[in-house]
Design a protein around this ligand. Structure first.
Ligand SMILES: [Zn+2]
Ligand SMILES: [Zn+2]
Length: 349
């Protein structure tokens, strides 16, 4: 088991209070929405370089245009509110200025020129859409059901986590290429027609459950080995160095670990040849759960915590108490920790 004092220390003290009525909430909202809108416009202008081939298939241009339209409106409105309420006009100027730039470049009416798709592109679309929805869904939930009520939205270490969030989302296409290439190169011998035929004979929901179980089983052992090996712990300790748990904290993962874990998790998914519908459902679960299990949420999920990994379960894995850092390795299904004797979820604590 690794010692918690092995964890790298975060020297940053970047906590920022956002008192209600000060114009800071509206100012930050305006700045973020304007920046995300500009990202959206750039995606429309340079789709071949800035949008990921795989993620592009998950949404339509009309959907992106609608998002862009409402983000720009909200950025202008919140920018104006902040301008009125806040003595420092910096956030308001930034929000309105960047919104103007995004509007001048075409705004939500921007047309897409025909382009040559390339697999070697950044996932700026994945970053912008994922950040927008994570923020809009999880910040209100955290405010309403906070486990640590005193914790601020812009709490200590948020800048570091944001950088990790950006980098891992921008590189999504390369992560995808690497994981597929790895599984295809080394495990094509195991992907037999008979095995894949048997898997595909299952109903979609059965394939989804099997995919989730197998992926988490592979993830469990990869994760546990990261705690056991001094070399791998150097990378994984980055994930454990967050001071606070919230929707952004889970992003703090070393890229080496991201590439390694995703490649290993891809092995059973590739070998079994699941139906794309089952795989897509699994990918959605990964996206939601990766954020949700770190969230600063104190809802008691009762019996559900025995079926799905919840914040209650995963927060124990991040506990500074050394007894718990060596427990709860699963990220989807607690049953995997139960099977291997590492399940620890003290009731009422
Ligand atoms: Zn861990
Ligand atoms: Zn975690």
């Amino acid at each position: 088991m690794k010692k918690t004092n092995d964890l790298p220390q975060d020297p940053e003290d970047d906590e920022i209070a956002l008192p209600f009525g000060s114009g800071l909430i509206s100012g930050w909202l305006s700045a973020i929405l304007a920046f995300l809108s500009l990202c959206g416009v750039l995606c429309f202008l340079f789709p071949q370089w800035l949008t990921s081939e795989q993620f592009r298939a998950a949404y339509s241009a009309e959907f992106a245009r609608g998002l862009l339209f409402w983000s720009l409106i909200a950025a202008y409105v919140t920018g104006l509110i902040s301008y009125v309420l806040n003595r420092s006009k910096r956030l308001a100027w930034f929000g309105i200025g960047v919104s103007l730039l995004a509007s001048i470049l075409g705004g939500s009416r921007i047309e897409i020129e025909p382009f040559q798709s390339t697999p070697y592109s950044l996932g700026l679309d994945w970053f912008a859409i994922s950040f927008l929805f994570s923020m809009l869904i999880f910040i209100p939930i955290e405010k309403a059901f906070a486990l640590h009520k005193e914790q601020k939205i812009l709490r200590k270490g948020w800048r570091t986590d944001l950088v990790y969030f950006c980098v891992s989302h921008l590189l999504i296409q390369f992560i995808f290429l690497w994981t597929n290439g790895f599984a295809g190169t080394f495990f094509s011998w195991a992907a037999t027609d008979s095995l894949q035929g048997a898997v595909r004979s299952l109903p979609i929901w059965g394939q989804f459950l099997l995919a989730t179980f197998l992926a988490d089983l592979f993830q469990y052992w990869t994760h546990r080995i990261h705690h056991r090996s001094g070399f791998l712990w150097k990378f994984h300790s980055v994930h454990h160095s967050s001071h606070s748990m919230d929707w952004l904290a889970g992003s703090r993962t070393h890229l080496f670990e991201v590439f390694m874990t995703r490649a290993i998790v891809m092995i059973p998914l590739y070998v079994c040849g699941f139906d794309p519908a089952a795989l897509n459902a699994y990918v959605v679960l990964v996206g939601v759960q990766a954020v949700a299990i770190h969230a600063n949420v104190g809802i008691n999920l009762s019996w559900l915590r025995f079926i799905l990994v919840t914040p209650q379960f995963h927060h124990w894995h991040h506990a500074k108490d050394e007894e718990y850092v060596d427990a709860n390795y699963a990220v989807h299904l607690p049953i995997i920790d139960m099977i291997f004797g590492t399940y620890k979820c003290p009731k009422g604590e």
